[in-house]
Design a binder for this molecule. Sequence first.
Ligand code: GLC
Length: 727
Amino acid sequence: MKHSTILNFTEFYRFGNPFETEAVIINKEEFLYDDNSKLMYFDIYNEGESTFLKYKMNENDYIFGLGENLGSLNKRGRKYRMYATDDPNHTPEKEALYGSHPFIIVDGKEKFGLLIDYPGEIIFDIGYENINEIKIEIKSKDFELYIFDEEDKNEIIKEYLTLTGKPFVPPKWAWGYQQCRWSYPDEKTIKDIANKFRSKGIPCDAIYMDIDYMENYKVFTIDRKKFPEFEKMVKDLKEEGFNLVPIIDPGVKIEKEYSIYEEGVKQNYFCKNKDGNDFVTAVWPGLTHFPDFLNNETRNWWGKKYGIFTDLGIYSFWNDMNEPAIFYTLRSFNNVVKAAENMKNDVNMGINAFLAKDKMLAMSNSREDYKSFYHIDDSGNKINHDDVHNLYGFNMTRATVQGFDKLIPDYRYFLLSRSSYTGHHRYATIWTGDNHSWWEHMLVHIRMIQSLNLSGFFYTGADVGGFGCNSNPELVIRWMQLGAFTPLYRNHAALGTRNQEPWSFDSKTEDILTDIIKLRYAFLPYSYSEYMKSVEDLTPFIRPLFLEFDNDRVKQIEDQYMYGESLMVAPIYTPNSRGRYVHLPEDKWLVWIASNYSNRSMKVLQNGDYYIEADLKEIPVFIRENHMIVLSEPTKYVGEKNIEKIILTGLITDKGSYTYYEDDGVTNEYKKGNYAEISVNVSKKEGEYEVEAEIDTSEDYIPLLKEIKLEIYDEFGNRFNQTLSLK
Ligand code: GLC
């Protein structure tokens, strides 16, 4: 083992000869020395090809982390498998989802963090076999470990993000509402959807193009029969304030004269089978090859292809199926055919029908297939896919971003991926994949965005309204309320399911949904300011309560979270409920049972436990004592008008300060310091409020904000109003 101490408190260990994943961005080599002392906190041993780590938990230890996973926020009691998997049925027993984020925080008698940098399979058993034991199996002897030897959870996260990179910053429009469906199949449907949003006055910033825009699902093509005037449509929608988000799938159709296929074969850009021929698999387009994204040259080639869209002004994409999902291979297909043939003469097969069903299902995403293909890395080494499986989505994203670096270097892009690995958060984000229109999946959503934020995916979200199966008005209303207080606000539904656009139900539901979306837009100044500050501070934007209030009670609260620094959200996620229990930690809180932006009646509550009533159209949100939020008049889309006036509101019993952040929202100028921060300090002295504002801006950025309207409450619920004009 080799070891060194890096950054402030991180112990870095290298075992064997690991593959360099590039999850970590800092130079970690410098002080590495041979070390045979004991590994901190864990017992470590080998068995067969695997390495095991064991840690004895105390009864009351909390374990947080693991990013995209099912189960509770406290990870105890289950097994989690880090092996990127395209599983569209997120039922409670599932051990793996699309991403791998092997980072945990242990918070108990001992406190520390652990990151395992290994791109193959890792299994975390957190009190599953043995109630008080963590047992981690790394399916290799070659990997790197980072132990964050620090008690403060916020500090652990900061150091983790210093190692793996600052979270991705999308353009400001990404805070708008986004409409998706598999699929809006043609130009006319997309235009109709866009017109409907505008004519009904429902704000919207993005419309997605799912797989049907392509010609026979061939990546980087546009079906001209369905989109005869694609360029004009893009231009017209842009003028109306819509961003189009095309889906990009990695599987390249095997078809003569299809340029992506021809180039890939000629230049050796595809993954190989064991004989060195291009590996054949099947996804949407039928038989396909997988680009070898582990290879830099392939990434550069692929990245440039996004140019057909960026040339038209489309800077927003959705990389899907990049676990990579395999519908079948020639091997698994033949197995199924054989099994079916065997069955043919045995219609009375009885119990064998069970086994037959499993054989059929084994056709997709089979481990044997993942073990049967290879990558060639930049040094020409042949690497079995299974050993680096979790890097496929990560490297597809890197390929896209390598393209953007050349195509649109000055602009921010919007990029979702389905699969990811630690460090992916610095390039782009993920959404949480194929959930269902189930109430249970709202709670999954609430927990997962908190865990993902701990792993650096600050801007993230789930398919609002649920992807699989049919939704219903109440579910969509409650989910749209929840989604309004998550960073990615995308409503998406699967092929063949009930429509979920805001007008797809009855008129009452439409009115409620319209108000919710407008409420979301009213929060834009707050959401954006908080996001930009959280990225700068390396502090999660969606904060589990335990990052703010460190006591055992809040560590058990998984269905309330902080949305930025000042606001706590308690979504309603059970059917037929007209309220819920809410815990208000530590401070006094200003309660807003929010349904629409104009109705801002708020009241003060002491800390404690409450049953808070919230009618179907309402979501309870809480502003923390001596903290504030900022709001503005909702617009049709994010860039429609400059934000010149904001409302600043909160409960000030002593003093509080709010920093409003502003930049151009579309370019990377903010990285050069071209943004403004406008801080307002409010203090209460002898029953009177004193207010001062301060503007901090660079020479090249002229702030747009002109007026701040204060609506400040005291502990008795009295409201103090004042308007500040900024010069
Ligand atoms: C996958 C994606 C889903 C998409 C569908 C069709 O299931 O996760 O979001 O709609 O493929 O492209």
